[in-house]
Design a protein. Structure first.
Length: 326
């Protein structure tokens, strides 16, 4: 089968493409020559195009689209988030229908439900945060609604797979950013790291996507996680231990950090500073709010169960780090 993937040069899209390459032909969006070279080096076929500018001919012969690309930067304007996440998804859906694509798998996120509140044992019936103060959340909510609304239009079947805090080999955000903050001396725990969180190892996300590809279900969103909630502190200490790093113990109350983050963000926007501030309101709220997820729907309708435990995932990272040191 010929599969078109957006975001294949990134962590999530790349892992999905790698898992499918032995059985399928992978055609990957390449927005630059450097991206095309990276895709070609991994044995996939680059397709020079970009979000909002995909042509039906770019999908010629493909049966499936896996949409992993999104604007996920910690900082940006609402227009940047909306253009990539909403307009890009809408345009890709349009050309997918025009090209006769039969299945469209979207990589969603629990953040599409988040506006600063605790979320405990949530499932797919939980309401979207369309008016979220965080551009990432509101635009990912709008994007997923477009995807699910497109189901059964011109024969297109759509599914959204929602992970939470994706980690594992190749991670370009969680572990690298925490290590960077520790190196700069800017890392602190929020409320002592007591918030409880769900996580999703990359192998479990890939497994969920593969199930969504072959399932007869459509027009639905599905949460996939490690099914092992733990505190932010337990998770990050374990993650850092795989790199032989011990985090500092300094902590700041959430009720202090959140107003400070809001003030810093406001100053950054007034001054139109393009680089990310030292802390964003989204990050402050995310680290201080509980988030646990019920994956029963994916288990019952897709046959999902985690293929990688947190313990085994940590062991894998420890071994990879030891190999890199030799």
């Amino acid at each position: 089968m010929k599969i078109f993937i957006t975001g294949a040069s990134g962590f999530v899209g790349g892992a999905i493409a790698e898992s499918l390459q032995d059985q399928h032909s992978i055609y990957a969006m390449a927005r630059s020559d450097a991206s095309a070279d990276k895709i070609r080096a991994r044995g996939w076929t680059p397709v020079r195009c970009a979000l909002t500018e995909v042509k039906a001919s770019d999908l010629d012969g493909c049966e499936v689209v896996i949409h992993s690309a999104a604007y996920v930067e910690a900082w940006g304007t609402l227009e940047q988030y909306r253009t990539a996440n909403v307009d890009g998804t809408r345009q890709l859906l349009d050309v997918a229908r025009e090209a006769g694509i039969r299945r469209f798998v979207h990589i969603g996120t629990e953040a599409c439900l988040f506006h600063g509140q605790a979320m405990l044992d949530i499932d797919e019936t939980y309401p979207y945060a369309e008016d979220s103060p965080y551009p990432y959340s509101s635009t990912k909510a709008a994007a997923e609604k477009l995807v699910l609304a497109a189901n059964d239009v011109n024969g297109l079947q759509t599914v959204s797979v929602r992970p939470r805090m994706v980690w594992g080999p190749g991670d370009q955000t969680i572990l690298p950013e925490v290590l960077d903050m520790i190196g700069k001396g800017s890392f602190v725990w929020v409320n002592g790291g007591k918030a409880v969180t769900a996580t999703t190892h990359i192998a479990n996300l890939v497994h969920g996507v593969r199930l969504a590809l072959v399932s007869e279900q459509s027009g639905e969103a599905y949460f996939v996680t490690d099914s092992e909630p733990r505190t932010v502190r337990e998770f990050l200490e374990g993650l850092l231990a795989t790199q032989r790093v011990t985090p500092p113990t300094k902590s700041i109350p959430g009720f202090v950090l959140r107003p400070a983050a809001w003030l810093i963000e406001s100053m950054w926007r007034i001054a139109r500073i393009k680089r990310a501030p030292p802390i964003t309101l989204f990050a402050a709220d995310l680290l201080s709010a509980d988030c646990t997820i019920n994956t029963a729907k994916a288990e019952q309708e897709l046959g999902y169960t985690p293929v990688m435990s947190v313990e085994d995932g940590m062991r894998q990272l420890t071994e990879l780090h030891a190999q890199s040191e030799n």
